[in-house]
Every structure is written in C-alpha cells, then in structure tokens.
Design a protein around this ligand. Structure first.
Ligand SMILES: Cc1cc2nc3c(=O)[nH]c(=O)nc-3n(C[C@H](O)[C@H](O)[C@H](O)COP(=O)(O)OP(=O)(O)OC[C@H]3O[C@@H](n4cnc5c(N)ncnc54)[C@H](O)[C@@H]3O)c2cc1C
Length: 331
C-alpha cells in the first residue's frame, strides 16, 4: 500500500505549528512519530492534504518536576525515552509498564506520548485496506448508518486501545492543550468521549503540548493481555493506583483499556477494596464485581464473555501486585 500525496511541514516553533494547523481546517493533521497516522493514510482511513510534524518542537520536549513534585512530560517525547526515564521508572512503575507495552521496540523508538494519547479507535471491520472496505457495506466510521460488528450499536463502537492512557488516568494526570486561541488544561479522564469516531475533545487546530502527573505518592501497576507480547494491541488492559496502606486504603483508581470506545474507570471493585481492605477476600470480591462494571462489553476483537473473564483475572493481578509493592515514603 502506498502513501497518498501530501504536503509536509516541519515548523521550528509551536506558534508556527499552530498557525499551520489552524489555517488548513480538516485537511491538515499533526504528525507525531507517524506510527499510526501513516498507516491510516495508507489505508485511506484519513485523508489530510498536509501533515505538520510536531515531535521535535522544543515546546513539546522535556521531562521535569516542578516545586510541588508534579511531573511534566512533553507530548513530543519518544516512548522509548520515557520508558527508561528515571523520573518515571521508579516513582510511577505503572506508567513505565504501560509505555513499555506499546507495540514493539521499533514502534516505541518513533512513537510520541502525544500520538499515543490521540490514537484513533480501531475495529477489525474498518481498519482494512480501501479495496477491502470497498467490497463491503459502509459502517458508522465510513459514512454509513450501521455497525456491522455489533448490529444494534447506535453509534461507532470501535475500541480505544492506547496503552499509556489507563495508566495516566489512574494517576490523575491532566493534559495541556494549545491552539492559536490559547491554552486549556483538563483531566485526561475528561479528554475522551464515548464515541468510536470522535473519541476525544481535541478541537480542530489544537495540540496536546504536555501531560502533568500529580506527585508520586502512590503504588501503581499496569497489566496487558494480548495475543503476542511486544507487538499486539491489548485484548484488555488494566491500570491501578493506590494510596494508603493495605489494611486502610485511602484511594484506589482502577482503569481498564481496550474494553470500549474510551477508557473505563472501574467503580465497584475499587469500592469493595476501599471498604474491605486490600486482603485476599477483598481481592476475590473485587474480581467478581468487575463483571457488573463492564456492562455490555462491545469489544470487537474477542467475544464479550471471554473479555469479562479476562478482566476478572486482570483485576486479581493488579490488586495482588499493588498489595505486594512497598508503601511510598509519603504514606
Ligand atoms: C505494529 C504496531 C503495533 C502497535 N501496538 C500498539 C499497542 O500495543 N498499544 C498502543 O497504544 N499503540 C500501539 N500502536 C499504535 C501507535 O504506534 C502508538 O499508539 C503510538 O504511540 C502513536 O504515536 P505516534 O507519535 O506515532 O502518533 P502518530 O501516528 O504520529 O499520530 C497519531 C494521532 O495522534 C495525533 N497527534 C500526534 N501528536 C499529537 C499532539 N501532540 N497533539 C495532538 N494530536 C497529536 C495525530 O494527528 C494522529 O491523529 C501500534 C502501532 C503499530 C504499527
């Protein structure tokens, strides 16, 4: 499959990039590492006439701590560098594990954090060549009025499977967004929408410039179930972040990925652990409860029943791992 023709811009500053992105409407796209976007261009799933490279912009670079201990990660940072960064590996093991779970080493050498956060949803019906799609009926994502995978779906249910996202949401991360209109900051959890087509709130011409992660006074972990380790998207993923002790946990965020059009915060298992403590009985009860939280599982790559059993196992693994980890100094 060949790339279609497009204009390529490599601006020297964020202002220049935002100016380019704001003038060309829908026919321009930001280019991070290109590990997903260029494939989508080949599949003709996206048809921008111009790409604006953002990964080497100085304003999107750097990993640093501010005086309060908040971690700032530039959106242009490569995943390979982040997976080994001393400000991430020890204080945020869950985030480091999640970043290491993205694709292969080659993919992570190119891919940026901003690109991972903006990864479009995927579905086995649409993520095919234009020729293949041409021989099928259109679906919600390709200007049709129906989902061919989940016949009753009222909108596109393609799956969100960016691995860094559940880990960052479990840590309470925020994103900084910039456009030529100005800057805004929001919780990463509020960045996503329950729609397989428009699955985030990024406005046209807007970029993610950085991610802000609160001070690391948590235990955290991330697990991923995939067909092949080191290459494939997850069948399901789960990130967890805990404060307090095993006997008296103070807060617990469990965030599942690859189970729907957006990351899913698991409420019931977390409530059970907060009420009963992080002990064997609590872990078993929390794993049993995940079924209710998942509701109708609309994953398109595995049968729904399998996905629910898988999530039960992931809840157990995450909670056992959190229980095993040492308490951070601040607790
Ligand atoms: C073989 C293979 C396996 C993969 N496996 C995984 C996996 O297991 N887990 C996973 O999460 N991903 C996986 N991916 C997808 C992809 O490689 C990663 O999600 C990667 O992090 C995307 O980053 P990128 O910089 O290459 O994004 P790009 O491809 O450059 O861009 C992706 C999207 O983000 C937008 N974008 C980029 N930067 C910004 C920014 N700063 N602000 C706003 N929008 C921006 C682009 O316009 C585009 O819409 C895989 C890809 C391949 C080819």
């Amino acid at each position: 499959m060949q790339l279609p023709p497009f204009a390529y811009h490599r601006p020297a500053s964020l202002d220049e990039a935002l100016a380019r992105l704001s003038t060309a409407g829908d026919s321009v796209a930001a280019l991070g590492g290109g590990t997903d976007l260029l494939i989508n261009l080949k599949l003709r799933l996206e048809r921008p006439r111009a790409l604006v490279s953002v990964r080497d912009l100085p304003e999107l670079a750097g990993v640093s701590l501010d005086a309060s201990g908040t971690l700032r990660i530039g959106a242009g940072e490569r995943l390979t560098d982040l997976a080994a960064h001393p400000l991430i590996v020890v204080p945020y093991p869950g985030l480091a594990q999640a970043i290491r779970a993205v694709g292969s080493q080659h993919v992570r050498n190119m891919a940026t954090l901003g690109g991972n956060l903006c990864l479009p949803t995927r579905c086995w019906y649409t993520n095919q060549s234009e020729n293949w799609r041409g021989s099928q009926l259109p679906c919600w994502k390709t200007d049709g009025q129906v989902c061919h995978v989940i016949k009753t779906a009222p909108n596109c249910r393609a799956i969100h499977s960016a691995d860094s996202v559940p880990a960052l949401i479990s840590l309470g991360a925020r994103v900084l967004l910039r456009s030529s209109q100005g800057e805004r900051e929001l919780l990463l959890a509020d960045f996503y929408r329950d729609d397989g087509i428009e699955n985030n709130v990024l406005a046209p011409g807007e970029l993610i410039t950085a991610v802000l992660v609160p001070p690391a006074r948590v235990r955290s972990t991330f697990v991923k179930a995939a067909a092949r380790t080191g290459l494939d998207y997850g069948y399901a993923t789960l990130a967890g972040a805990l404060t307090g002790s095993n006997r008296v946990p103070k807060s617990l965020l469990l965030v599942a990925g690859s189970v729907g059009t957006m990351p899913l915060v698991l409420q019931k298992p977390a409530q059970i652990i907060l009420a009963e403590g992080l002990n064997e009985a609590g872990i078993e009860a929390a794993a049993d409860a995940v079924r209710d939280d998942l509701g109708e599982v609309t994953n398109l790559f595995t049968p729904p029943g399998y996905k629910k059993r898988l999530m039960r196992g992931l809840v157990r693994r995450v909670l056992h791992e959190l229980r095993r980890q040492k308490l951070p100094a601040a607790d």
